[in-house]
Design a protein around this ligand. Structure first.
Ligand SMILES: NC(=O)c1ccc[n+]([C@@H]2O[C@H](COP(=O)([O-])OP(=O)(O)OC[C@H]3O[C@@H](n4cnc5c(N)ncnc54)[C@H](O)[C@@H]3O)[C@@H](O)[C@H]2O)c1
Length: 321
């Protein structure tokens, strides 16, 4: 199947990621068929989408007609087989559990054409292991979207040990057609690209809290008001070149022995989780949370991200200047 042949998108799993994935493709005019084994979650999609779309409307990024047509393009399905049409690409966004994902793919394989491309939105599970027992492994691929996926441009497209080059190229092109920024991950490594870098940062941030070097507020503030701000426009390797690799080398020689390098999650994280302090869903994590505070933060995050994205000038990375 090539990029041009894809006219519809089937989605399995309508939780945090699945419902917002539906919005991406429906807004671009694709028919979207979505299924979740939990009917109540599925039926909440229109309500959640109205909230998501309102942010785009408020910032004049879409018209009311776009929003209406987006909602019309989405069909809530009664069974997993109903998400399939012969011109569709399928994205799995069910819970992060290898067994559940393998069952979903085995079920899909029974019903869809061998040419239908099957994507998984897993954050960390190996795409190769999800594909392992399937008959047509070459059409399974990782498409790791970032939360909130209807706003964040990046999709890491991950080649498993079995994914064909044709499927890989088609998915990269299709993601561009859907308005996303695909990034090619050529080897199926744990955490792909983004989560490897993100969790390296979180390991250090959590270690700084654990060692009483600063408060969570100040640790977050240093990121959002310094290098985090710069990172939305210029990446770490470009920044290293600008700073000078000789300087980076000298800093790393002194600093690396001091950085957190544990291969186990920090005790402070383990203890919090064991005590039920799992973050917003429990009302307590590194911070205290209530519903008003959570909703306000998510709302401000979405408006801010869209405003920043709208202002970032396009990068012409192939230009030789
Ligand atoms: N949450 C994030 O920030 C994030 C970011 C990137 C990727 N992901 C990945 O996306 C996937 C989904 O994550 P989420 O945060 O949306 O999870 P979620 O728990 O919000 O949603 C998962 C949904 O899958 C449904 N489900 C479970 N088994 C099913 C089955 N057999 N058939 C149909 N539906 C089934 C559940 O009912 C639930 O609604 C995971 O693999 C996760 O690692 C999550």
């Amino acid at each position: 199947m090539n990029n041009g042949e894809i006219k519809a998108v089937g989605i399995v799993g309508a939780g945090l990621m699945g419902h917002a994935l539906a919005q991406i493709f429906a807004l671009k005019g694709f028919d979207v068929n979505i299924f979740d084994k939990n009917r109540a979650i599925l039926e909440k999609i229109p309500e959640k989408m109205v909230v998501n779309l309102q942010v785009f409307l408020d910032l004049d990024l879409i018209t009311q007609a776009d929003a209406d047509s987006c909602l019309e393009k989405i069909t809530l399905c009664d069974g997993i087989t109903d998400i399939y049409s012969k011109d569709c690409l399928i994205i799995e966004a069910v819970s992060e559990n290898l067994g559940i994902k393998k069952e979903v793919f085995a079920e899909l394989e029974k019903h869809v054409s061998p040419k239908t491309i099957l994507c998984t939105n897993t954050s960390a599970i190996s795409i190769t292991s999800i594909s392992e027992n399937l008959r047509f492994k070459e059409r399974v691929i990782g498409t790791h979207f970032w939360n909130p996926p209807h706003i964040m441009p990046c999709v890491e497209v991950i080649k498993s040990n079995y994914t064909s080059t044709g499927v890989f190229d088609t998915v990269v092109e299709f993601m561009k057609r859907a308005g996303k920024t695909p990034v090619k991950v050529l080897k199926d490594v744990p955490g792909f690209l983004g989560n490897r870098m993100q969790h390296a940062l979180w390991r250090e941030a959590i270690s700084l809290v654990e060692n009483g070097i600063a408060t969570p507020e100040d640790i977050d503030r240093v990121v959002t008001s310094s290098f985090g701000l710069r990172l939305s426009f210029i990446g770490p390797l470009e920044t290293a070149d600008l700073a000078g690799l000789d300087l980076s080398l000298n800093i790393q020689k002194d600093l690396f022995p001091e950085l957190e390098s544990s291969v186990e999650p920090a005790p402070i994280l383990v203890n919090r989780v064991n005590q039920g302090e799992t973050g917003v869903k429990a009302g307590k994590g590194f911070y205290q949370w209530n519903e008003k505070k959570i909703n306000r933060l998510i709302n401000q995050r979405d408006y801010t991200l869209l405003k920043i994205l709208n202002e970032i000038p396009p990068r012409n990375e192939n230009a030789e200047e």
